[in-house]
Design a protein around this ligand. Structure first.
Ligand code: MN
Ligand code: MN
Length: 289
């Protein structure tokens, strides 16, 4: 059930309206990492969630994002206001000024319509929570960039509030993921192939060129062996056969459902002792009829 409270979550104050900045702010209204996308992603994941605690978290944060949409919408409207009457201001975004009357609609900063394609909803809690952690990181960096493009004190403070909440959400989603008590890399029900899963494939040849203009700062390829993802992570560096290496271990291995570590909080059928799923082959009956 939803209930609207006639009060903004954060009171917005704008000194001098800046229609161009209002246009940039639309990125957080109808953009890929914006508040509507966050609200919809978490809420719909919440509808799908089988675990009551995690469902509650997803619905709480999804609802807060809707409140953020309202706050950022109010901020945008204040900045766009001159577009309603002033030709020069209207030129900052003709689409918003002429088609939208200087108000907000579900478009991003270049006028692309909002789309459900922005959403990441897999129906697997551990996967969805990871998507949400990444989504919060993207929202945070977009707010940070917006902050750097305005001098208006009230706008900066409102954006600071919104940016801060995204890090809070990131922490909550991380805690929820940890509460599943699964090993860090356990996803789904089928364990990856032993051995192969530990192999880091060195798919590059030549020397690293660290300057964009083909300059002199070259780094020997061998130093790749010193990068943390080739040893601290438990991964082993494997060179390609074309470089005289052993290549990846491509020995065929049968998938074994029910072998991966799951959590009680996983959505069904993941988390239950599912074993092999029954595969029905469309057989002779189909052909005969
Ligand atoms: Mn938000
Ligand atoms: Mn958030």
């Amino acid at each position: 059930m939803y209930h609207h409270v006639k009060k903004l979550m954060y009171t917005v104050q704008v000194g001098t309206p800046d229609p161009r900045f209002g246009n940039m702010l639309l990125e957080q209204f109808g953009g890929a990492n914006g508040e509507l996308a966050a609200a919809m992603q978490y809420s719909i994941q919440g509808f799908n969630c089988e675990d009551p605690g995690c469902k509650d978290l997803l619905m709480d944060i999804g609802t807060e994002e809707l409140s953020h949409l309202e706050v950022v919408g109010a901020l945008i409207r204040m900045h766009l206001k001159p577009m309603k009457t002033d030709r020069a201001a209207a030129e900052a975004d003709p689409l918003v000024a002429i088609a939208g009357g200087g108000g907000v609609s579900l478009v991003n900063s270049v006028g692309d319509a909002w789309t459900a394609d922005y959403l990441k909803i897999t129906g697997d809690l551990a996967v969805d929570l990871r998507s949400n952690i990444a989504a919060e990181a993207r929202a945070k960096i977009v707010y940070e960039r917006l902050i750097s493009f305005t001098d208006d004190k009230g706008s900066k403070q409102a954006l600071q509030f919104l940016m801060t909440r995204e890090i809070t959400h990131m922490r909550a989603f991380t805690a929820a993921l940890e509460s599943m008590e699964k090993p860090r890399f356990s996803i789904g029900i089928i364990k990856p192939t032993p051995g192969l899963v530990d192999q880091y494939f060195n798919a590059s040849t030549g020397e690293s060129d660290t300057s964009e203009n083909g300059g002199s700062e070259n780094r020997k390829n061998e130093t790749l062996g010193g990068e943390p993802w080739t040893h601290n992570s438990g991964l082993q560096l494997v060179d390609s056969e074309i470089e005289g290496g052993e290549g990846l271990d491509i020995t065929p291995y049968d998938p074994q459902p029910g072998t991966e570590v799951t959590s009680k909080k996983d959505s069904t059928p993941v988390g239950e002792d599912v074993g092999e799923r029954k595969v029905k082959t469309p057989g002779k009956k189909l052909k005969a009829s």
